[in-house]
Design a protein around this ligand. Structure first.
Ligand SMILES: Cc1ncc(COP(=O)(O)O)c(C=O)c1O
Length: 417
C-alpha cells in the first residue's frame, strides 16, 4: 500500500501483497481449469489428506460435540479454566512435569502465547532474537507492539546449528538493552523442518548463561507448535528437562498450540507456560500474562479449553486421540521421506529437514523459481532466501515428483540470467 489514508503505521507494514494468498489463489484457479489431481498446491500450512481435504481428528470432534451449552456460552476465567491449565502441562511435558514452578495461562493459539511473551518480558524499542529462517508472523507480532526482530544464521556451511552466529547476535542485542526474548521454534521448525538436537540445546544454554551474566534478563521462548507432529512423543520431549534449573535471570517459557496437534486450528486454543525458578517469578508470570490477555482478547474460548481438559482427564479418550494422530503422523513422515529420497536422487540441496509440515529449498531468486515451478503446475511460496513446500498439504506421490522439477526450475532461472 503506497500511502495510508486514516491508519497509522507505527512501525508496522500495513497492506502490500500477501505472497501466500497470491500463490494459493493461482493454484485454486489452475485447479478449477485442470482438476485437483493435476495440480500441486503446496501453499497451505495445514495437514490435508491426499485429496486435499483438511484432516480433522474425529476423536476431538466427538468430545466437542458432547459439550453442554454452558461450556460454550459461559465466560472462562481470563487465565483459563483450571482443568485446562492442568491438562496443558501434561500436553507439553507428558509424564515428566518438571520440578520448579510451572504455571500456564490460556492464549488464543501459539500466536497469542508469542504475543504475550513479548508484551510481558520486553520493553517498547527492544529487539527480539530468532533465526534467519522463521515463521513470518514473528516480525508482525514484534512490530505491532513496537519491538523489532533480529536474526542469527540458523545453519552453518555443514547444515548444522550455527551456534557461533546465535552467540554473537545474542550478545550484540544484550550490549544494547538489558532484556530480550529468544524464540526457538523446535521440533519440526517452520519453515525448514529442522529439530534442535540435545547438543544444539547445550550450546544455546551456554550462550544464554554467558550473555545474561549477573545483570541481564533473558526469556527463552520455545515455540513448540509442531511438537505432536514431529515424531516419537518421548524422544521429541527430551530437550525439555534442559530448560529447568537455569539461573534466575533466565526464564524459560513455552508456547503451546492446540492448532496442529488437536486439529483445532480455527478454535484458537493455546497457552503460554513458564518454568519459573522461584514462586515469585511464577506469580509474576501469572499476573503479567493475565493483564496482557485482558487487554488484548480478554477471556478465552471456553469450549476449546473444556475439550482439551476432558481429553486429558480420560485415559481412554486420550489414547484414542493419540492413536488417531499417530496414524496421520505416519502419513506425514512418509511424505517427508519421499521428498528427501527424491531430493537426494535429483541432487537437490535442502535445508536440513527432520520432521514436520514444511521443507525449504534455499535458492537465489525464489520469486522467479516459484513462477517457473508454476509451468509444471506446482504452486509453492517463495520466502526470502528459498521456496517453502508444505508437504503437509500434498500426497506422497506429489512429494516424490517435486524435487526433479525444482532442479529444472532453478536451472531455468539461472540460465535466463
Ligand atoms: C512456527 C509457528 N509458531 C506458532 C504458530 C501458531 O499457530 P496458532 O496460533 O494457530 O496456534 C504457527 C502456525 O502456523 C507456526 O507455524
Amino acid at each position: 500500500m503506497a500511502q495510508l489514508i486514516m491508519a497509522q503505521a507505527n512501525g508496522r507494514t500495513i497492506g502490500g501483497p500477501d505472497k501466500i494468498f497470491g500463490v494459493s489463489n493461482l493454484a485454486k484457479a489452475r485447479i478449477a481449469q485442470i482438476g485437483r489431481e493435476n495440480v500441486v498446491n503446496s501453499t497451505i500450512g495445514a495437514l490435508l489428506d491426499d485429496d486435499g481435504e483438511l484432516i480433522v481428528l474425529s476423536s476431538v470432534v466427538d468430545v466437542l460435540k458432547n459439550l453442554s451449552p454452558v461450556d460454550y456460552a459461559e465466560y472462562a476465567p481470563i487465565a483459563g479454566i483450571p482443568s485446562y491449565l492442568e491438562a496443558v502441562k501434561t500436553a507439553v511435558f507428558g509424564k515428566n512435569i518438571p520440578q520448579g514452578y510451572v504455571e500456564a495461562c490460556f492464549t488464543p493459539g501459539g500466536t497469542g502465547a508469542i504475543r504475550n511473551a513479548v508484551s510481558c518480558y520486553t520493553r517498547p524499542g527492544d529487539a527480539v532474537l530468532t533465526s534467519d529462517w522463521h515463521w513470518s508472523p514473528y516480525r508482525t507480532i514484534m512490530t505491532e507492539q513496537g519491538r523489532s526482530l533480529e536474526t542469527y544464521t540458523l545453519f552453518d556451511e555443514n547444515h548444522r546449528f550455527n551456534a557461533g552466529s546465535f552467540d554473537e547476535k545474542l550478545k550484540s542485542i544484550l550490549s544494547r538493552q538489558d532484556e530480550t526474548v529468544v524464540i526457538i521454534n523446535t521440533p519440526a521448525h517452520n519453515p525448514t523442518g529442522y529439530t534442535f538436537t540435545l547438543s544444539d540445546w547445550d550450546q544455546v544454554i551456554t550462550s544464554l548463561k554467558e550473555a545474561a551474566g549477573d545483570t541481564k534478563k533473558i526469556v527463552l521462548l520455545a515455540d513448540i507448535a509442531y511438537l505432536d507432529f514431529s515424531g516419537d512423543a518421548e524422544e521429541y520431549r527430551a530437550f525439555l528437562p534442559k530448560l529447568s534449573g537455569l539461573p534466575e535471570n533466565i526464564l524459560p517459557l513455552i508456547a503451546f498450540s492446540a492448532s496442529k496437534g488437536f486439529t483445532m486450528y480455527g478454535m484458537r486454543c493455546g497457552a503460554l507456560l513458564c518454568l519459573a525458578p522461584t514462586p515469585e517469578i511464577a506469580d509474576e508470570f501469572k499476573a503479567a500474562s493475565s493483564v496482557a490477555s485482558r487487554a488484548s482478547w480478554s477471556n478465552g474460548n471456553r469450549a476449546a479449553m473444556e475439550t482439551i481438559a476432558r481429553i486429558f482427564n480420560d485415559k481412554e479418550l486420550l489414547d484414542k486421540v493419540t492413536r488417531e494422530r499417530e496414524h496421520y503422523l505416519d502419513v506425514l513422515i512418509r511424505r517427508g521421506t519421499a521428498f528427501m529420497d527424491a531430493a537426494r536422487s535429483a541432487g537437490l540441496s535442502m535445508c536440513p529437514y527432520d520432521s514436520g509440515f514444511f521443507v525449504t529449498i534455499p535458492c537465489r531468486d525464489a520469486d522467479a523459481v516459484s513462477v517457473e515451478l508454476q509451468k509444471y503446475d506446482i504452486f509453492a511460496v517463495p520466502i526470502g532466501g528459498g521456496i517453502r513446500i508444505a508437504i503437509c498439504a500434498i500426497s506422497e506421490e506429489k512429494c516424490r515428483m517435486i524435487p526433479e522439477k525444482m532442479v529444472a526450475a532453478m536451472n531455468a532461472v539461472d540460465q535466463a540470467k
